[in-house]
Design a protein around this ligand. Structure first.
Ligand code: C2E
Ligand code: CA
Ligand code: CA
Length: 592
């Protein structure tokens, strides 16, 4: 074939100019299968090549509409994405070798917008100067839709479809930042005894109740959605954050309470609310949302399961208590190592003869600067953080040591009971630890008794009964502490594997004008006697109480009227004293 010179050169230049395009076309054919199209811009020739595949993807014919970029942007890019995309296509400081990408929504033929991932690479010429930029548009609809959906799902609580804790924290942080002058109220709420509702009505109904509360919170927050946030924290705990105006705080609380009362089950559902109101200090210190929520939780704890109050505001009293708790936690370990904890004994006695028959070991914290701290202050803190196990073990060990010393000194030894915290029940090694400790000091098992307390929860009580049974099998005495405190039922009397019932007068107070209280106390004592259970009454503070108890068949007591908890040396002295019969005490009372 003969080709003349001119046409040959022509052909060569056409070939040359087509070369890039051909290569690109070949690429674009591959890209056809990958849902992409490309655009190339040459900085030197100012030419722009647009892949014909563009027309199949995005609205318009870019090749023929090149001259009106602004209009094109508005026609083919979703409004929100125009500005970021314009910034992306600003090549003023683009250098050879640069690459970047952005996601944006483009108008597609199906009269909808779809996500495209736009990626560019800037190439250099032979001299290393920027020559051209290659831009790939890849349809990312499926991928990004999944990501968006996931994002949506991850932000929601699956049960109530309310925002979950993470997204609440994020949204609330943003809200607080964008309104730095505003004071906000954090309201934390949950249902009292929700576990019991679940046990009585099943978890399905429990879930329905939670959904119902979710709907009610959303219903209430609907009109103020712009200025408030809310979420389900977990289980039956919810939180709302809203501008702190006293009226609207009371309004939402009333609304939720009333809605809950209207729920059709025969259980008086009550919610506890804890409120924290942010102050200038929080704004200056940028206190974290989780700390603010914690404060609402601390306030709420003060009214949880209370019959009288259901709403508590975080105040200086709670703040002081929290600081005190912090001190307790930071000092507890050192206090145990430096013998700041001491075991006191409170004698138990036969009321008519006044004879001591045993004692209860009660721990005291002798603090170097604060003096004696009562267990009511630190035991609940230790129960929360688990330190109670160590402390209970210390009390048991000290008690065993003490008994060993008395035995070695040839003294008469009366049994001592130690308290087992409810949180100890979940320690699988508890029995072994007890047995080892008692064995180390060779203490006869009948000289150690364990005081256990029932709880509101059936599953906890199963643990308790198992432990009680094992202790009995090992010939330890088991006492049911605080019997009558509300959790135990007369019915369970038959099944509880215990030797002694400790009835606290705090829970079953006798009085001359409270006939019913007396009848209940009388019946419990009678039933226990018939079942062969020993009874000991705690909290006896007057001779009248002692005489009444004797009259209904109670013989043993532990109470301030007879003895207060005392240091061991004092207890030893008491043992040496002559016991005082009740008739002598009566005479003494009368001659006062
Ligand atoms: P608890 O086991 O019910 O102990 C009896 C509490 O009642 C003691 O308070 C005792 O001082 C008090 N008490 C005794 N007689 C009377 C009375 O006539 N009137 C009044 N008003 N109170 C009386 P304490 O020592 O302050 O202990 C409080 C609680 O702390 C105990 O209640 C027990 O639950 C817990 N606790 C004390 N020591 C320990 C311990 O070593 N381990 C564990 N786990 N808990 C302990
Ligand atoms: Ca006790
Ligand atoms: Ca008790």
């Amino acid at each position: 074939m003969k080709i003349d010179q001119e046409s040959h050169e022509n052909l060569q230049s056409v070939n040359q100019s087509r070369w890039n395009e051909a290569e690109l076309l070949r690429d674009s054919r591959i890209l056809e299968h990958t849902h992409s199209f490309i655009v190339e811009y040459n900085f030197k020739t100012k030419q722009c090549y647009i892949d014909p595949a563009q027309r199949r993807h995005v609205y318009g014919d870019w090749q023929n509409e090149k001259n009106n970029y602004d209009r094109n942007y508005k026609r083919v890019v979703l409004k929100d994405d125009i500005a970021p995309l314009q910034a992306f296509f600003d090549f003023s400081d683009l250098k050879a070798g640069d690459s970047r990408s952005i996601d944006a929504r483009f108008y597609v033929k199906a009269h909808a917008y779809e996500w495209y991932r736009v990626s560019l690479v800037c190439y250099a010429d032979a001299n290393g100067e920027k020559e051209r930029v290659l831009i790939t548009f890849t349809n990312a609809e499926q991928e990004l839709e999944t990501v968006q959906k996931l994002k949506f799902l991850l932000a929601k609580d699956p049960l109530t479809h309310m925002p979950n804790l993470d997204s609440f924290v994020q949204m609330t942080e943003k809200m607080l930042q964008s309104h730095p002058e505003q004071s906000y109220a954090f309201i934390r709420m949950d249902i009292d005894k929700f576990r019991i509702i679940n046990q009585m009505y099943g978890t399905k109904e429990g879930d329905n109740i939670l959904r119902y509360i979710g709907v009610k919170i959303q219903e209430w927050a609907g009109p103020i959605l712009e200025t408030s946030t809310y979420c389900r924290i977990s289980s039956d705990m919810f939180c709302v954050c809203m501008p702190a105006e006293a009226d609207s705080i009371q309004e939402i609380i009333d609304f939720i309470q009333t809605s809950l009362h209207a729920y059709p089950i025969k259980f008086d559902m009550i919610m506890s609310f804890g409120v924290y109101i942010t102050c200038e200090e929080d704004r200056d210190a940028q206190t974290s949302v989780s700390t603010l929520m914690d404060r609402a939780a601390s306030a709420q704890r003060t009214v949880k399961n209370s019959y009288m109050n259901h709403i508590a505001y975080y105040d200086s009293v709670i703040r002081k208590k929290e600081i005190a708790e912090q001190i307790i936690i930071s000092e507890m370990k050192k206090a145990l190592e430096t013998n700041q904890f001491q075991v006191y004994l409170q004698p138990k006695c036969e009321m008519d003869t006044g004879k001591i028959i045993g004692s209860e070991a009660l721990v005291r914290w002798i603090h170097p600067s604060q003096g004696i701290i009562s267990p009511g202050e630190f035991i609940p803190v230790f129960e929360k953080n688990g330190f109670i196990s160590e402390l209970d073990y210390f009390v048991l060990r000290t008690t065993c040591q003490m008994i060993r010393r008395w035995l070695d000194e040839g003294k008469k030894v009366y049994p001592i009971s130690v308290n087992v915290s409810r949180t100890d029940l979940y320690n699988p090694n508890l029995l072994e630890q007890i047995k080892e400790c008692v064995a180390e000091f060779e203490v006869p098992h009948e000289l150690i008794a364990f005081e256990l307390t029932e709880s509101a929860f059936v599953s906890d009580n199963m643990q308790l009964y198992n432990l009680a049974k094992l202790l009995q099998e090992n010939h330890f005495n088991v006492m049911m502490d605080d019997f009558g405190s509300g959790y135990s039922s007369l019915n369970s009397l038959r099944e509880i594997p215990v030797d002694v019932l400790k009835i606290d007068l705090k829970f079953l107070p006798p009085s001359s004008d409270d006939r019913r209280g007396n009848v209940i106390l009388h019946s419990v004592v009678e039933m226990a006697n018939r079942l062969g259970l020993e009874v000991i009454v705690e909290g006896v503070e007057t001779i009248e109480q002692a005489e009444f108890l004797l009259s209904i068949g109670c013989r043993n007591a532990q109470g301030f009227y007879f003895y207060r908890p005392m240091p061991v040396s004092e207890y030893e002295r008491c043992l040496e004293e002559e016991p005082k019969e009740i008739s002598v005490r009566r005479q003494e009372e009368q001659s006062k």
